[in-house]
Write a protein that binds this ligand. Structure first.
Ligand SMILES: [Zn+2]
Ligand SMILES: [Zn+2]
Length: 331
């Protein structure tokens, strides 16, 4: 269930009444507030039982009514925003009065990079890749195309970016099918994240320095975990902001005075990558599975056969950083 039948009721109301509601002023609309808050809260309840953490967001537009209201689930490992990356989204077609569950993509960033016309092509291509990446899940859904009933840029982007999903009419919104589909969609999303989602595989090969596809995926997974903003925040909060390899202390050695979160140190996922099986994406422990490293040490540890071996890295370091306050500092 999407947090019980309440979420479904909201969905139904949204699908049925949106055209009417958006003829009224946007600012202060009780309907808008109701969708934004209540729907997201109900949907969030649904994710509480998952072994992984998703961000949930509902929108009826910013500063004005959107052509297509939506509710999205983001895996913070790859995206926390509807503008980029791959995510699960419920889209409302208010004209046809249908609700569409979709594995879809952020369009804004693609349009910025490629322009709208080329961007739509890029989104379509990537949608096929997403479908092919998790066939055991995607085959259970409809390939599309989906119809959102609007000629605006964002709905057109969502139509192009749709990888797989299902369209429900008002009656079907209340069916058990929708619950089962969402459940399966969560697993499909998880598999997509684990398998590298939209990153071209040849690029991944290059970065990981291995030709083995499984090893490449695990490497990318590890890097994604490290780069997830939430993970970085939590690790830097739990550990001193000093490189655990060479002892570099940016505050001391570079007079770094910026915000703690912007300190020039990396967060390294130090669980042996070969032990990281698919489906373990969110089962990392913060901070135990992470090291704080300066960018150089981070690079070096990834060159090791075992990038989790801190002792090996330390043995290789043959310089000693000056201790205490550098003499050229005035205070
Ligand atoms: Zn270091
Ligand atoms: Zn790393």
């Amino acid at each position: 269930m999407i947090g019980g039948s309440r979420a479904k009721n909201i969905f139904k109301k949204l699908t049925k009444e949106y055209v009417f509601e958006r003829s009224k002023p946007f600012t202060g609309s009780p309907f808008g507030n109701f969708v934004r808050a209540d729907l997201a809260i109900e949907a969030r309840k649904r994710t509480l039982f998952l072994p992984f953490e998703y961000k949930v967001k509902a929108s009826v537009g910013q500063g004005g009514w959107a052509a297509v209201p939506w509710l999205a689930f983001f895996d913070p490992i790859i995206t926390e925003s509807a503008t980029k990356g791959v995510y699960i989204v419920f889209l409302v077609n208010p004209i046809d009065e249908t609700l569409i569950l979709s594995m879809n993509q952020g369009t804004t960033v693609v349009f910025e990079q490629f322009g709208v016309i080329r961007g739509l092509e890029v989104l379509k291509r990537r949608a096929i890749d997403l479908y092919d990446l998790v066939p055991e899940y995607s085959r259970n859904f409809d390939l599309g195309p989906i119809r959102l009933g609007s000629e605006e840029k964002l709905p057109k982007g969502y139509e192009a970016g749709h990888a797989f999903g299902r369209t429900y009419n008002l009656e079907q919104i209340e069916s058990d099918q929708l619950d089962a589909d969402l459940e399966l969609m969560f697993h499909a999303y998880k598999a997509l994240v684990d398998r590298g989602a939209n990153t071209p595989i040849d690029l991944l090969h290059e970065e990981s320095g291995t030709a083995d596809i499984e090893e490449t995926r695990r490497y990318i997974l590890s890097r994604r975990i490290e780069r997830a903003p939430e993970v970085r925040k939590k690790v830097l909060k739990a550990k001193p902001p000093i490189c655990e390899g060479c002892g570099l202390d940016p505050k001391l050695h570079y007079s770094f005075t910026g915000k703690e979160i912007n300190i020039p140190l990396d967060v390294h996922h130090s669980k042996p990558v070969h032990q990281l099986a698919e489906g373990e994406t969110a089962r990392y422990r913060v901070p135990d599975d992470f090291l704080v490293l300066c960018p150089n040490c981070h690079r070096m540890i990834h060159l090791q056969a075992d990038p989790s071996n801190l002792a090996e890295l330390k043995r290789k370091i043959s310089f000693v950083l000056p201790q205490g306050i550098p003499k050229n500092r005035l205070f």
